[in-house]
Write a protein that binds this ligand. Structure first.
Ligand SMILES: Nc1nc2c(ncn2[C@@H]2O[C@H](COP(=O)(O)OP(=O)(O)O)[C@@H](O)[C@H]2O)c(=O)[nH]1
Ligand SMILES: [Mg+2]
Length: 257
């Protein structure tokens, strides 16, 4: 597997090959997204590297696509993909595979991790990793304003994930993760989970395929406006974890290696 620096030199930084792709899955985000896009824009203007932003909408009933299109008029580095059916995993896969950056950063639309922290995931701050996951549980992380019942629910989910799917991560579900171009293309190229269990599948595959994985402690600000439905989505994750095990057993993930 080439090192990170090999990969960066494989992908010279040009307009078509930016250093960073920020991939934002967006479901009914017409209210939160304009502010987040403005913050990302202000941040990117201060950075020495080139970047693109990819918003992937699927199944919104509000005007998410419209607000993105309006922003794109004055910000040509933003791209939009839209179209049903719903599913965060499906949207992230589409964005990660359409991205052209040497690094590809999954970024929840609410910016519950301030975008400034993205540099902690990238060289020069961090080198030598293929998959870098933001963690709200790692030493040094801080969670702000999170109600205790949400935290307990998250810990139960994590316990089930460790028991049934993938060991070694205290926070698989955080919506902020970076991938090298090669890892993104390989992992999302073979992934099949379409719902919010996709993180578990990607980390499972990343471990299985020997990628170098880092956990980065982040500052995370709870946003009460959530697309998560506590019970329905927890059950959905469970169903998807069982699907991952079945897929593994049936050789689904070895077909395209
Ligand atoms: N495209 C797309 N994005 C989704 C879907 N479900 C959730 N998201 C996005 O995933 C991110 C995380 O959702 P959020 O409501 O912040 O979840 P929470 O932080 O876990 O409460 C947001 O950017 C959502 O818009 C979906 O079905 N499709
Ligand atoms: Mg959120």
């Amino acid at each position: 597997m080439p090192s990170v620096s090999d990969q960066v030199s494989e992908l010279p930084e040009t307009a078509d090959r930016p250093f960073l792709s920020i991939v934002i899955p967006a479901l009914n985000e017409a209210l939160r997204l304009p502010e987040s896009l403005r913050k990302i824009d202000a941040f990117l203007k201060q950075q020495p590297y080139s970047a693109e932003v990819i918003v992937v909408e699927n199944g919104s009933t509000d005007d998410t696509a419209g607000v993105v299109r309006a922003f794109m008029q004055t910000h040509p580095y933003v791209r939009l993909f839209e179209g049903e059916p719903r599913g965060k995993g499906r949207a992230v896969r589409r964005g990660m595979l359409a991205a052209r950056g040497a690094y590809r950063f999954l970024c929840d639309a609410d910016l519950s991790m301030p975008i400034e922290e993205v540099n902690k995931f990238l060289p020069p701050a961090l080198e030598g990793y293929d998959v870098i996951i933001g963690s709200r549980e790692a030493k040094g992380a801080r969670r702000y304003n999170e109600p205790w019942h949400r935290h307990v629910m998250g810990r139960i989910n994590n316990w089930i994930i460790k028991l049934l799917a993938v060991r070694g991560f205290e926070d698989t579900q955080c919506g902020f993760k970076a991938f090298t171009a090669r890892a993104a293309e390989d992992l999302f190229g073979v992934s099949v989970i379409n719902g919010i269990g996709f993180d578990v599948e990607i980390l499972f595959l990343a471990k299985q395929r020997g990628y170098r994985i880092a956990e980065v402690p982040i500052n995370w600000y709870f946003d009460p406006d959530s697309r998560m439905r506590l019970v329905k989505d927890s059950l959905g994750i469970l169903r998807e974890i069982l699907a991952i095990r079945r897929n593994w057993r049936d050789g689904v993930y070895t077909k395209r290696t």
